[in-house]
Ligand binder design. Structure first.
Ligand code: C2O
Ligand code: CU
Length: 465
C-alpha cells in the first residue's frame, strides 16, 4: 500500500529539482514604511453612471494601496482606525512574528475606533500576499478592507509586465450599496457562505488593462471574496504557466484555467501578442468577462523583466515524516450534514439549538470552534501533519496562519500535485494531510477562509511553544 507520505515524496521527486547553488542573504536590512488609515469612503464599483458605493477602505481606495517590500526588509505600517468600530490588520501568508499577525483577541486586542497601532515585521519570503481586516472579517472584508502585498526579490520587479489583480465578489443592492441586512445571515453560514452578485478586478467592473505587447506577463491573481471560489480562464482557453501559489514559487506547470478559493493567490505567466485577451470567470457556462488585457506596443521599450523561473527552490522541502505529530481534524456541520450536536461552552448542544441561539453550525472534532478552542499544542521545530477530513457537503478553504504547508493538492485536475501553500480548497468529503514544520512560536489560527464558516465555528488555535 502506498502511504500518503510516499506518494507525496514521489510527487515531489518528480516535480522538484533542488538547486545546488548556495543562497546568500542580503547583508543590509532596509525599511519599507507605509501609513494606512481605515475609514468610510465611497468607491465607484459599478459602471460610471451608477451611484458610487459607500465602503470601508484603506486610504480611501479599493483595493487598499499595494504594499511592496524587498525580501529581508523590515516592513513598518503605521495604522490609524477611523472606522466606527474596532479592527486589526492581518498579513495573510506572511511567515510573521506572532505579535504582528493581527488576529483580534488572539495576537492583539482589537484597535478601537480612533486608535492606532504600528505593525512592524521582517518579510523573509518573496511573493504575492495580501492584507485584510481580522476583526469581524465577515463584515469588514466584505465592506472593502483589504489590499495586496508583494515582497520582491529584486527592486525592478512589478513593472508594466507584472500586475497584481485582486478579484472580489461584492453583494450589492439595486442602488449599488453593500447589502447590509444579510450580514451574519445564518443561511449563508450553513451553506456556501456569503456569495456576491458583483465582481470587480482591482475595484473596477470589467476594467481594460494595458499591458506590453509581445511579452510574457506575470499576473498575480488574488481572490478576496468572502466565500466564492472564482474560476478564471482567458479567451480561447489560452494556456498559462502557474509559477507560484499563495506566494511560494512552485515548479511551473501549464493550465488553461485556474480556480482560486477565497484568500488564495496564483502567479501566472501568460504570453501577450498583439490581440486583446479577455479574462473570464467561467463558473457559469456562459462565462463572464471580468477584465480585458489590451496590448500596447509603446510599453515595450523597457527590457522584459518577467521570465520563467527555472528550478525554483521551495521555501522549505517536504519534511521527513518519521517523527511527525499527527493531528486529526474532523470537520462537520452545515446544511445537509451529519452533525447532530456539538460541544460549546463546555456542554453539549443540539445543532438546532446552536444554530438558532448562537449562530454556530460548524465543529472540529465534535467541538464548535472559536478563537480560544485549542486544536493542538506543539513544540517548536516539530513536524506536523494536520490530517483533515471534510465530512460535510460544502467546500472549505482551509487556512493556517504563520506557516505554509505541503499538501498533495487535488485542485488542479485529477492527479494530485505536491504544493506548498497557505490555503487549501477542500472538496466535500475530501481527506488531506497538511504538512508543516512548526517553526514559528505563537498562537496561530487554523480556519476556513469562507468567512461565514469561520464566524460560525470553523476555527481553532494551534499553539507553538
Ligand atoms: Cu486571511 Cu485568518 O486569514
Ligand atoms: Cu468553510
Amino acid at each position: 500500500m502506498i502511504t500518503r507520505r510516499q506518494s507525496l515524496k514521489h510527487l515531489l521527486a518528480a516535480s522538484t529539482t533542488m538547486s545546488l547553488l548556495p543562497s546568500f542573504s542580503l547583508a543590509q536590512v532596509t525599511q519599507s514604511h507605509y501609513a494606512l488609515t481605515a475609514s468610510l469612503a465611497n468607491h465607484q464599483l459599478g459602471p460610471n453612471d451608477a451611484p458610487s458605493t459607500p465602503c470601508w477602505l484603506y486610504n480611501e481606495t479599493s483595493p487598499g494601496p499595494l504594499i511592496t517590500a524587498m525580501k529581508g526588509d523590515n516592513l513598518k505600517v503605521e495604522f490609524i482606525n477611523h472606522l466606527p468600530e474596532p479592527t486589526t490588520i492581518h498579513w495573510h501568508g506572511i511567515r510573521i512574528d506572532n505579535a504582528m499577525d493581527g488576529v483580534a483577541g488572539v495576537t492583539q486586542p482589537p484597535i478601537p475606533s480612533g486608535g492606532s497601532f504600528t505593525y512592524s515585521f521582517t518579510v523573509k519570503d518573496s511573493g504575492s500576499f495580501w492584507y485584510h481586516s481580522h476583526n469581524k472579517s465577515w463584515e469588514q472584508v466584505a465592506r472593502g478592507l483589504y489590499g495586496g502585498l508583494v515582497v520582491k526579490d529584486s527592486p525592478d520587479e512589478l513593472g508594466s509586465d507584472d500586475l497584481f489583480l485582486i478579484a472580489d465578489d461584492w453583494r450589492l443592492d439595486e442602488n449599488f450599496a453593500i447589502h447590509e441586512d444579510s450580514f451574519g445571515a445564518l443561511h449563508d453560514a450553513a451553506h456556501a457562505g456569503r456569495f456576491g452578485n458583483w465582481l470587480t478586478i482591482n475595484g473596477k467592473s470589467q476594467p481594460d488593462i494595458t499591458v506590453p505587447s509581445h511579452r510574457y506577463l506575470r499576473l498575480r491573481l488574488c481572490n478576496t471574496a468572502n466565500a466564492r471560489p472564482l474560476h478564471f480562464a482567458f479567451s480561447d482557453w489560452q494556456t498559462m504557466q502557474v509559477v507560484a501559489l499563495d506566494g511560494a514559487l512552485c515548479q511551473p506547470f501549464e493550465v488553461t484555467n485556474i480556480r482560486l478559493a477565497p484568500a488564495q493567490r496564483a502567479d501566472l505567466l501568460i504570453k501577450i501578442n498583439d490581440r486583446p485577451l479577455t479574462l473570464n470567470e467561467v463558473s457559469h457556462p456562459d462565462g463572464l468577462v471580468v477584465a480585458r488585457l489590451i496590448p500596447e506596443p509603446s510599453l515595450n521599450t523597457a527590457p522584459p523583466k518577467v521570465s520563467l523561473p527555472l528550478n525554483p527552490q521551495p521555501w522549505y522541502p517536504l519534511p521527513q515524516l518519521d517523527e511527525a505529530r499527527i493531528i486529526p481534524i474532523h470537520m462537520q456541520g452545515g446544511a445537509m450534514g451529519n452533525l447532530g450536536g456539538a460541544m460549546h461552552g463546555g456542554r453539549m448542544h443540539s445543532l438546532r439549538e446552536l444554530a438558532s441561539e448562537q449562530g454556530k453550525i460548524w465543529a472540529f472534532n465534535g467541538i464548535v470552534g472559536g478563537p480560544h478552542e485549542r486544536l493542538a499544542e506543539l513544540s517548536q521545530g516539530e513536524v506536523v501533519v494536520l490530517r483533515i477530513w471534510n465530512d460535510s457537503r460544502w467546500e472549505h478553504a482551509m487556512h493556517l496562519h504563520g506557516h505554509h504547508f505541503w499538501v498533495a493538492s487535488r485542485e488542479f485536475g485529477h492527479s494530485p500535485r505536491a504544493v506548498l501553500r497557505d490555503t487549501y480548497l477542500m472538496a466535500p468529503d475530501e481527506r488531506a494531510d497538511l504538512i508543516f514544520i512548526a517553526d514559528n512560536p505563537g498562537k496561530w489560527l487554523f480556519h476556513c477562509h469562507m468567512m461565514e464558516h469561520h464566524a460560525a465555528g470553523m476555527v481553532g488555535v494551534i499553539e507553538v511553544t
